[in-house]
Design a protein around this ligand. Structure first.
Ligand code: KG4
Ligand code: ZN
Length: 350
């Protein structure tokens, strides 16, 4: 077996699988923080022509891809299944059919190779991606999880202790990016395209609303903002006016970013923590990182976010989370099932 970083003691190797949405991913991580492999087979091109993820197609593609992806993850890591200490898998939240593919394969591998099974919450995985990018990072910290399906503020008190302070009442931040991009005829997923287009626009050109901005209100709402942008685009179309798409993108993005930045800073102040951690696909947004970096510097807070490849769905973050569950003996049995609406820090998977 490969020695990593010159270590001779036998490392704890977690093989993890991630199939909650539209990426089939498998990874081997050593001692929780060293990525030996992170293979991601993206289905984005398959779903792009539908303008969003088609759940049934996602499940079928996972079935086709999952075994080759696991084989590749073991091959790249230069290990075999018998070298693996435990097997981690995302069991929620996500698309039920997609989750079931990963869960079934992980259970089969765990049974066949007689390795412990660890059920991982996808959202906790997103937060833990930061431990892979920042070896020095340790709890406690305030985490802002912003993805295609979720927008949540989480106080991470310890590796296994989370407190959900608030989440979105309606659309997730990434979902709003994707829906606005779709009406602006940008490809799926729209977040990166809006991000790029916004760079040439004026963020103050259009005053889009910011919702639930009251003090110590840690809930989010993006559906009003989405409607405001749609109304703006529709009214312009009715009047036969050409809109400046870059200004719309920049003004919409500024409205999302303003709310995210102000809430996470308020939450950090409230819990008196000096570290903020960004997680999830929208953590790749350049304006969010820029504005948060600026505000954190002013407030004497250190900001962490994962490198871009670890922001979007990947199995390395699931392996990292699984490692810390392994340390406290939090294993699942072969009754492990997919839980599409699993809450953060919620039901344990025994
Ligand atoms: O975490 P993720 O890969 O999947 C979920 O668990 O949902 O996040 C995907 C989301 C999509 O909505 C995508 O548009 C958004 O992350 N995203 C971005 C950027 N890159 C990805 N949103 C804004 N700016 C970006 N640069
Ligand atoms: Zn995700």
């Amino acid at each position: 077996m490969k020695d990593y970083e010159g270590k001779t003691a036998k490392p704890c190797l977690i093989l993890a699988l991630e199939t909650s949405c539209d990426e089939t991913s498998a990874s081997v991580v050593a001692d929780g923080r060293t990525i030996l492999s992170d293979v991601i087979s993206s289905q984005i091109p398959v779903h792009q022509k539908f303008g969003g993820v088609v759940p049934e197609i996602a499940s079928r593609k996972h079935i086709e891809n999952v075994i080759p992806v696991v084989d590749e993850a073991l091959r790249v890591a230069k290990v075999t299944l018998s070298d693996i200490t435990a097997i981690g898998v995302t069991y929620g939240p996500g698309l039920v059919g997609a989750l079931l593919v990963g869960v079934s394969v992980a259970k089969a591998l765990s049974f066949a190779a007689d390795k412990p099974l660890i059920g991982v919450n996808h959202l906790e995985g997103h937060i833990f991606a930061n431990f892979l990018s920042h070896p020095e990072l340790e709890p406690p910290f305030m985490a802002l999880v912003v993805s295609g399906g979720h927008t949540s503020l989480v106080y991470v008190e310890g590796y296994n202790k989370f407190d959900l302070l608030g989440q979105t009442r309606d659309d997730a931040a990434g979902e709003a990016f994707d829906k606005i991009a779709r009406v602006m005829k940008l490809p799926y997923p729209g977040g990166p395209y809006i991000d790029r287009l916004a760079k040439t626009g004026n963020p103050e050109a259009i005053a889009f609303p910011r919702a639930l901005t009251g003090r110590d209100n840690f809930e989010f709402s993006f559906s009003g903002l989405k409607s405001a942008v749609l109304n703006y685009l529709n009214s312009a179309a009715l009047r036969g006016e050409e809109v400046n798409k870059a200004d719309v993108a920049a003004s919409f993005q500024a409205a999302v970013v303003d709310v995210l930045v102000s809430k996470v800073l308020q939450a950090a102040r409230k819990q008196a923590v000096k570290k903020i951690v960004l997680a999830g696909g929208v953590a790749a947004n350049s304006e969010l990182k820029l504005k948060l970096e600026h505000e954190c510097a002013q407030a004497g807070i250190t900001l962490y976010y994962p490198e871009t490849i670890l922001c979007t769905d990947n199995a390395a973050m699931i392996a990292c989370r699984a490692y810390y569950q392994h340390l406290i003996g939090e294993y699942a049995d072969l009754h492990l099932n997919a839980i599409p609406s699993l809450k953060l820090g919620g039901k344990k998977c025994r």
